[in-house]
Write a protein that binds this ligand. Structure first.
Ligand SMILES: O=C(O)CCC(=O)C(=O)O
Length: 209
């Protein structure tokens, strides 16, 4: 697991104190009642948060059955339940700020924090929607904060259509809302570019995963 990295790698000179920028971000309507809202630089001092997450999250490698083989899932993961202490105080602050801002529309707070560690460009997550639990039948929101090197989050209509994508850099926020989990798929696809490690933290309401 690569633990050595420079703040400058992530376009963050490291001098910024850890903090949060003010919501809202910029919202883009997608087809079929879905939307995304983006706020670059939502977390300042994000390089320090990244370093803490690398060391403090109890990362787990998963294996998954694929056809007649069991293969490594190409990223490390850990999910914090709503009551679990989060590994950096800024994550708790971010969840509170996101809950306060989006609650009138979402109707509930963000609860769980899923963490994914993409060690390099070979790590990825394939096209999917968060359609287990209520995401299958109800509009909801998933708020992703990105730490570390820049990776592209792609979205495409479920069943086919033109994809859109967003470069997510260190400290950037992207919220998927409306029908997005039911009517669109999203992915972080592999890249041959020489990218360094990235960690994403996904805040979800109860019973959305
Ligand atoms: O890492 C990301 O930005 C997306 C993660 C994701 O889609 C998932 O874990 O369901």
């Amino acid at each position: 697991m690569p633990l050595d990295f420079q703040d400058s790698l992530f376009g963050d000179d490291g001098s910024g104190a850890a903090g949060l920028a003010t919501l809202p971000g910029e919202r883009t309507a997608l087809a079929r009642g879905a939307w995304v809202e983006v706020l670059p630089g939502f977390v300042t001092g994000a390089a320090e948060v990244f370093e803490t997450l690398v060391h403090e999250v109890p990362w787990r490698a998963e294996r998954r059955k694929m056809y007649d083989r069991v293969v490594d899932v190409p990223r490390l993961v850990h999910t914090y339940a709503a009551a679990d202490p989060l590994p950096h105080p800024l994550l708790a602050e971010a969840r509170t700020a996101l809950s306060r801002h989006f609650r009138p529309e979402l109707g509930e707070p963000f609860a769980t924090a899923g963490c994914c560690y993409y060690r390099d460009g070979r790590d990825s997550v394939a096209w999917h929607g968060d359609r287990f639990g209520r995401g299958r039948s109800h509009d909801t929101m998933v708020a992703i904060v990105s730490f570390g090197d820049t990776r592209r989050l792609s979205l495409r209509p479920r069943g086919g259509g033109e994809a859109v994508s967003f470069e997510m850099g260190n400290g950037d926020l992207l919220v998927m809302g409306g029908s997005c989990q039911r009517t669109w798929d999203h992915a972080v696809l592999k890249t041959a570019k020489p990218v360094g490690p990235r960690i994403s933290v996904q805040f979800r309401p109860h019973n959305v995963f």
